[in-house]
Design a protein around this ligand. Structure first.
Ligand code: FSX
Ligand code: SF4
Ligand code: F3S
Length: 311
C-alpha cells in the first residue's frame, strides 16, 4: 500500500485535512530550523517510513508520555503513532505480562541495530537496582539490553537525561541517567516534561535527514536547546528597563513585567519554549505569568531551587 496516500487519508478520517497536515510539516520544518522548502520532504518521510520504536519507562511520573500523547491537537501525536511502529510502550500497549515481555524480546532480537529506543525515567542503582524492576529484571539490566541493541537512544525528560527528580537530593535510590548507567551516548530531550513538538521534530529529523540532530555538550538537540529562554522572551524589554514583578499578583504582574525577581531562571536555561510555546502554541510558563524554573537544565531540582526567589 502507498503510505504517501495512506497517512493523509487516514488523518482525513480523523477530520485532519491535507492542508492541516502540510501546515504541521511546515511547523516541524520551523522547529528544526530548516527552510520551509523542507515541508514536502517531511510530509513524504512521514508518509513513507515506519521505524520501530521501543519506548521504555523507568523511574518517572509519565509526564513525558502525557506531554507527547495529550497535545492540544491529538492528531500531532497520531501522526507519529502513524509514522512509527511502536512495538512496546507500557502506557498505551494492549499486551501485558508475559506477552508484553515476549514482544519486547522479539523486537530487540529481530530489529537489532535498527529500532529507536526512547527512554523515559531515571534508573535506581542502590542495592543492585532493586528499587526498579519489571518482570524480574532491574531497570539497569533492561536499559543495558535495550539501548545497546538500538540504532539510537532518545531520552525524553530530565529523569532519563540527567536523573531528574529521582536523583534530586538526597537521592535515596541512587538514581542515575540512562547514559550514566549504560555508557550509551543518548540524545537528551531535556525538560520536565519536554515539549511534544521537540520530540516529534527529533524523530522527523532522523527520518528526513537520516541522522540524529546536532547536539550541545549536554546531549540536547541544538535546534531546540541552542539558545537561552531569556534571549527569546517577550518580557526581555521589561528586564532591560528594570521593570520587575516584585510579588505575584502585584501591579507589575498585571503589566507583564519581568519575572526575574520572583525566581525566573530563563537567563540560565536553554530551551525553545518562548518560540514554539506549549499546547499547540497557545502559551508558555512566562507568558502565563509563571517564572521559568529551569526544567531543561541538569539537576535543576537541586541547582535551580529554592524556586520563586531571585538567585
Ligand atoms: Fe521525569 Fe517524565 Fe519530569 Fe515526569 O516521565 S522529566 S518526572 S515530567 O514525566 O521523566
Ligand atoms: Fe528573562 Fe525570565 Fe525576565 Fe523573561 S521573565 S526576560 S526569561 S528573566
Ligand atoms: Fe521548562 Fe522553563 Fe520551558 S520551566 S517548560 S524550560 S519555560
Amino acid at each position: 500500500m502507498d503510505r504517501c496516500i495512506d497517512v493523509p487519508e487516514r488523518l482525513a478520517l480523523k477530520g485532519v485535512s491535507r492542508r492541516d497536515f502540510m501546515k504541521f510539516c511546515g511547523l516541524m520544518a520551523t522547529v528544526l530550523g530548516l527552510p520551509m522548502s523542507f515541508a514536502p520532504r517531511i510530509a513524504e518521510a512521514a508518509a513513507r517510513k515506519r521505524p520501530t520504536v521501543v519506548w521504555m519507562h523507568f523511574a518517572e511520573c509519565t509526564g513525558c508520555t502525557e506531554s507527547f500523547i495529550r497535545t492540544a491537537h491529538p492528531w500531532a501525536a497520531d501522526i507519529v503513532l502513524d509514522i512509527v511502529n511502536i512495538a512496546y510502550l507500557e502506557t498505551i500497549q494492549a499486551a501485558a505480562g508475559d506477552q508484553a515481555e515476549e514482544i519486547l524480546e522479539e523486537t530487540v532480537k529481530n530489529e537489532k541495530g535498527k529500532y529507536i529506543c526512547i527512554a523515559e525515567g531515571a534508573i535506581p542503582t542502590k542495592d543492585n537496582g532493586v528499587y526498579g524492576k519489571i518482570h524480574g529484571k532491574t531497570f539497569a539490566e533492561i536499559a543495558n539490553h535495550v539501548t545497546k541493541n538500538a540504532a539510537a537512544t532518545i531520552c525524553v525528560g530530565n529523569c532519563a537525561c540527567y536523573g531528574g527528580v529521582q536523583a534530586a537530593k538526597p537521592n535515596p535510590t541512587e538514581a542515575k541517567s540512562v547514559s550514566e548507567v549504560t555508557g550509551v551516548k543518548t540524545v537528551n530531550l531535556a525538560g520536565c516534561p519536554p515539549n511534544a513538538d521537540n520530540m516529534v521534530a527529533t524523530i522527523l529529523h532522523f527520518l528526513v535527514l537520516g541522522k540524529l540532530p546536532a547536539l550541545d555538550d549536554l546531549g540536547r538537540p541544538l535546534f531546540a536547546y541552542g539558545y537561552l529562554i531569556h534571549d527569546n522572551c517577550e518580557r526581555r524589554g521589561r528586564f532591560e528597563n528594570d521593570e520587575f514583578v516584585k510579588e505575584f499578583g502585584d501591579e507589575g504582574a498585571a503589566q507583564g513585567y519581568c519575572l526575574y525577581k520572583v525566581g525566573c531562571r530563563g537567563p540560565e536555561t536553554g530551551n525553545n519554549c518562548p518560540k514554539i510555546r506549549w499546547n499547540q502554541g497557545t502559551n508558555w510558563p512566562v507568558g502565563a505569568g509563571h517564572p521559568c524554573i529551569g526544567c531543561s537544565q541538569p539537576q535543576f531540582w537541586d541547582e535551580m531551587s529554592p524556586f520563586y526567589v531571585e538567585k
